[in-house]
Design a protein around this ligand. Sequence first.
Ligand code: 4AD
Ligand code: MG
Length: 510
Amino acid sequence: MKQNTIDSLKKFEGKEVTLAGWLYNSRASGKILFLIIRDGTGLCQCVVEKGNVSDELFEQLKHLGQESSLTVTGAVRADERSVGGYELAVTAAQIIGPAQDYPITPKSHGIDFLLKNRHLHLRSHRQWCIGKVRHTVVDAIRRFFNDNGFILIDTPIFTTAVGEDQQSLFEVDYFGSPMHLTQTGQLYLESAAMSYGKVYCFGPTFRAEKSKTRRHLTEFWMVEPEVAFTDLDGLLELAENFVSFIVAQVLDKNRSELEALESDISALEAIKPPFYRLTYTEAAEILTGPKAQQFLAEELKQLQEQKKQIEQRITELETKQAGQIKQWQKDPRRFASQSEAAGAADLIELRGELAEVDIKIENNPKHAQLAAEFRWGKDLGGSDETIISHMHDKPIFVTHYPKQAKAFYMKIDRENEKVVLNFDLLAPKGFGEIIGGSVREDDYNRLVERIREHDLNPETYDWYLDLRKYGSVPHGGFGLGVERTVAWITGEQHIRQCIPFPRMMDKVYI
Ligand code: 4AD
Ligand code: MG
């Protein structure tokens, strides 16, 4: 089959093209049919006028079900009222695979229904936009490291040593012996860093975390760079340049998707180094001081206001959907702006947003209590991160956590032995952690001690300890979660929408 793609229509203005795709939406107005076709590269309005095609084909197209596949042929003409700016004056069409009663209709569906139908929901405009952004994020990750002298190391998925913590291991039966799925490629990566200097691994990661939050998946993608001869400042600089590059690439390549997703583009444009730097101790002071409580009280007010606005928008959209048909009868060419085409999907999303806001309203007093009760020594919880991150408009590094709150491999700060040389990077405006990283303990004896303190067996780590025996160097790295990064950039509330087939603690749908 030879066809053109919607994203290249601009080059064919005035010429005849054939598109192959699926019927996204359609309307009939007497002698004219408006078909919105999607082909994977975009949406295009295709206008079929009676007389330009056979009566039989006209009738077939008129009754064609949503998501039927077809080809359409016609001349390209510019029309700014049309989705994408161009439309097709159809002269021929061929139905390829008819679809009847497509389950995801423009009426509202709950998230459970959509996840059950994930294989179909991936075709929705919103999911399509998120998928495009994810593609750019992944591409930017590889590009950044490949262009900056890092060597890709594919670390194993079956692992023998605990990489992060014992509680979140997925155990598998490996020919009768216990083995687990990787929580991090870091330990293996450290050995490769002693070979190449700068390395990274990028792949799926597994955590049996009993967390049903919007930030947790049991299978997620993580990229981890590891650098020999570096220190905490070097790592922070690498992380801020890296994250800024990813955001710049998305802004460059996915502006229309970001617009359709209603992401905060101007906030993204401000993501440039330097990021904010706070120590854990400073963060703890903010949490237990008056600022956090003031912030939460203010947040509650805003949430209640937001709830009102969403409810209003839902009512408006519901009325608009009914009204649109009338309006369109007056001016049939003015079919669908991007937002109108996505109107039905918006309604679904809005109901989802309303549910999220309700949860936030419910959680607000609990978070206030948690912040007030925060004590130095604890790891920052999700709600603590949210508070700190809400107070900033750019990403925030939180450094120097208490050693008892963090993994065994983190290097103890020789100037203050209560803390480790680590950092988390919190995405701003309430999103929370997207990166965790540290300088690694490079002293053999101290590392053995730390392994024991964590109730782990030094014998399992003999190869890892060897790195401290044969030419140990100061080194470190970090891990960035892909789904969390995509969720932050797109403004998506829940990271489950940012991976094609999400695996959550409570449910794996398909
Ligand atoms: O902070 P974490 O646990 O760090 C590590 O795994 C280190 N070994 C990385 C390193 O230093 N090489 O995880 C890193 C990032 C988090 O900041 C988060 O973005 C993501 O991985 N992440 C998750 N994403 C989704 N679901 C989960 N359950 C996640 N757990 C961590
Ligand atoms: Mg972490």
